[in-house]
Design a protein around this ligand. Structure first.
Ligand SMILES: Nc1ncnc2c1ncn2[C@@H]1O[C@H](COP(=O)(O)OP(=O)(O)OP(=O)(O)O)[C@@H](O)[C@H]1O
Length: 246
């Protein structure tokens, strides 16, 4: 396995945001983490990235225990996070944002990788000297992903990347994730867009109150009625056709 979390727990004061979670992502695999708001998905990713110290458990990346390592060391180990809300540097140019992605690389130089990002994202190439604040939401998401790719990851973790994007951009985003995966990059995707996430991923974990309540192949989860009822909007039955209304 490329990434393994074993018995991982995250607590904030008395709140147990992540409770004894076991999770794994294989080399080149796409795995999705689903769950309602507040289920602990962001806390899980932040613990994996090293932004939050887990209260219990361990994280193994490429066979090495990284639980005590800094975020920077984990980036060098091949794991990057595209955080919720993108968190690009809005007062910096597109190009400067991409250069920040190279900052943590051991060699420090990323000209060829940034050129490859511009090839992949022509919209960013056209706007390379503009401030990131003028980009559309979709372009900002592409920039956040582009910046992560400059670090040459083996695993990209994304926290609700489709949030606030138009349906067309969401389609583009998912097709980009598919392309990245074809290039050999493993993906750990936190999404509210349950159906699209399961159609992209090979496996999924469903979180509730910090615990994994369901896990399995995407096909199994897509066919699981309990999951459909709880997470795919199938829980509320439609009123009968002759319903008098309010
Ligand atoms: N920094 C923090 N301090 C205290 N409690 C926190 C903190 N961050 C998250 N929590 C709490 O931990 C729980 C899990 O939150 P988390 O953001 O990880 O869930 P989530 O599944 O990512 O939700 P969302 O989809 O709304 O982002 C929630 O009860 C939340 O209020």
């Amino acid at each position: 396995m490329l990434l393994e979390a074993e018995g991982l727990s995250v607590t904030y004061g008395r709140t147990r945001a992540v409770a004894s979670v076991d999770l794994a992502v294989g080399e080149g695999e796409i795995v999705t983490v689903l769950g309602a708001n507040g289920a602990g998905k962001t806390s899980l990713l932040r613990a994996l990235q090293g932004a939050v110290k887990p209260s219990r458990g361990r994280i193994v990346l490429g066979g090495r225990d990284v639980t005590a390592q800094s975020s920077a060391a984990r980036v060098r180990g091949g794991m990057v996070l595209v955080p919720e809300g993108r968190q690009i540097f809005v007062s910096m140019s597109v190009h400067e944002n991409l250069l920040m992605g190279a900052y943590l690389r051991r060699d420090g130089s990323a000209d060829a990788d940034i050129a490859a990002i511009y090839e992949r994202f022509p919209n960013l190439a056209r706007r390379r000297d503009m401030k990131a604040s003028v980009l559309s939401g979709g372009e900002q998401q592409m920039l956040a992903i582009g910046r992560a790719l400059v670090a040459r990851p083996r695993l990209v973790m994304l926290d609700e990347p489709s949030l606030g994007l138009s349906p067309l951009f969401v389609e583009q985003l998912f097709s980009l994730l598919r392309d990245l995966n074809r290039d050999g990059i493993a993906i750990l995707l936190v999404e509210q867009n349950t159906t699209m996430a399961l159609e992209l991923a090979s496996r999924g974990y469903v979180f509730e109150l910090g615990e994994v309540v369901l896990e399995g192949s995407s096909d199994r989860l897509l066919g699981d009625e309990a999951l459909v009822a709880a997470y795919l909007g199938g829980a509320a039955p439609l009123p009968p056709p002759n319903h008098p209304g309010p």
